[in-house]
Every structure is written in C-alpha cells, then in structure tokens.
Design a protein. Structure first.
Length: 84
C-alpha cells in the first residue's frame, strides 16, 4: 500500500525509530558528520514529547501497516551514504 499524500514525514520518522532502537544506523557516520543527533533521537524515540514515533504510531497517518514499515526500514538499513 502507498502512503497517503503528505504523510511521508511520519513514515520517515518511523523508519528512523526502527534504525535507532535496533542499532541499525551508521553510528560512526553520525558521530563524525552530524550535529544535533541526540536531540532529534530524543524526539524520535519519544523522550522529548512522550510520543515514540514507532511504525505503529505512523499507521493512522500514512495508512501503511507497521509490519511493512519495519520491513522497509530493515531492508534499507544496510545501505550507506554515498559520501561515506
């Protein structure tokens, strides 16, 4: 199923949630080439506002099943930035 129009941000946050909570993101790349990651991570995992941006959370906005978003996140996780 395709996400509803204008709901891509919710899906992106849910994908990031999976990567962060399952340790699937490139920690070295983030540490060396980003700023503000910790604050953004706190928002994504719900530490900042009490709302974890899980795949289940995004379902009502995007219309895409949580299991499909988890599968997509896990499929994309091994990909690396071009500039790495």
């Amino acid at each position: 199923m395709s996400p509803r129009p204008a709901s891509g941000n919710a899906m992106a946050l849910a994908i990031a949630y999976v990567w962060m909570t399952e340790g699937m993101y490139n920690k070295k790349y983030v540490a060396e080439r980003t700023t503000g990651f910790e604050k953004w991570r706190d928002y994504v995992i719900g530490k900042e506002d009490g709302i974890a941006k899980t795949p289940e959370w995004q379902e009502s906005e995007t219309g895409v099943a949580a299991k499909d978003v988890r599968a997509l996140a896990r499929e994309w996780a091994p990909k690396r930035p071009i500039s790495e």
